[in-house]
Design a protein around this ligand. Structure first.
Ligand code: NAD
Length: 249
């Protein structure tokens, strides 16, 4: 059976690449929606009814609504939108009780390998000796910071250390910050031009430093990964899956 894939956010920067990646993967593009009333369907429910899976790269403000609509339609969900609140994340988890969901802050294969490495380094490098810092840079239109990918990297390091990111995160230092504490994970965000996404994770100790860097040069890497996730999702049991599940790493 040909997989019918719908795209929420088809008029956006990512939407263009997703629309091209679907037929390239041998699937059928069911159509898409942009802002309400803008697209091939009147709303997310109509798109969901015409799709086996919806790939969603929109805006965090849509997530709770999309979660309800996709669960009601029993349509699979590949969620790439970032900047989610805790309530949004809970809405995704609730939907995943009814439908299969792949949610990832970054669908590129390279970043997902980086996440696996970040967790491993977090586990093997003592937190009291190696200071973990994450620097990201994105295009000037990006509306959330730190990026979802930077947060995912931080979460991976924290998981390797057996900590919760929320307890050790320090973001956007400015002014009289006091000295750095052991175990903290620091974040800095830069914005400018049309940079698609650059991430750098460093572990710095007194006498040495390890660095991991990823640059995305083309939005096609996210689109290819998201479509791969959509095809992988077909026939899965309800649940919340990651891109690392899709890639088997
Ligand atoms: P964009 O602003 O270019 O496009 C957003 C799309 O969502 C547009 O089609 C817009 O019409 C639609 N939209 C916005 N508000 C809406 C609303 N209230 N209801 C319905 N539709 C709405 O943004 P973009 O650069 O394409 O990024 C979209 C999202 O994807 C962002 O959250 C971004 O951070 C994320 N992103 C994720 C990955 C990943 O790999 N997970 C990669 C790139 C971007």
């Amino acid at each position: 059976m040909t997989h019918r894939i719908g795209i929420a956010g088809i008029t956006g920067r990512m939407g263009v690449y997703l629309a091209a990646a679907v037929p390239r993967a041998g699937a059928l593009l069911a159509g898409g929606i942009g802002r309400p009333g803008n697209g091939d369907f009147p709303d997310i429910s109509a798109l969901a009814a015409a799709s086996d899976v919806v790939i969603d790269f929109t805006h965090a403000g849509t997530v709770a609504h999309h979660a309800g609509a996709l669960a009601a339609a029993k349509t699979g969900w590949v969620l790439g939108t970032t900047g989610l609140t805790l309530a949004d994340a809970q809405a995704v988890e609730a939907a995943a009780l009814t439908i299969p969901v792949v949610a990832a802050a970054n669908f590129s294969a390279g970043v997902n390998v980086l996440l696996a490495l970040a967790e491993r380094l977090g586990a093997v490098l003592p937190a009291d000796a190696f200071d973990a810092e994450i620097l990201e840079m994105h295009h000037r239109q990006k509306v959330d910071a730190p990026s979802g990918t930077a947060l995912a990297l931080g979460r991976a390091v924290a998981a390797g250390r057996g900590a919760a990111l929320e307890d050790v995160m320090v973001s956007g230092r400015d002014g009289q910050t006091g000295a750095r504490k052991n175990g903290q994970i620091g974040f800095a965000a830069l914005r400018g031009g049309q940079i698609i996404g650059s991430h750098n994770l460093t572990f710095t100790a007194a006498g040495e430093q390890i660095g991991l860097t990823h640059h995305a040069f083309d939005r096609g890497v996210f689109a290819t990964g998201a479509v791969r996730a959509a095809l992988w999702l077909q026939g899965r049991k309800p649940g919340l899956y990651s891109m690392r599940d899709v890639l088997g790493i």
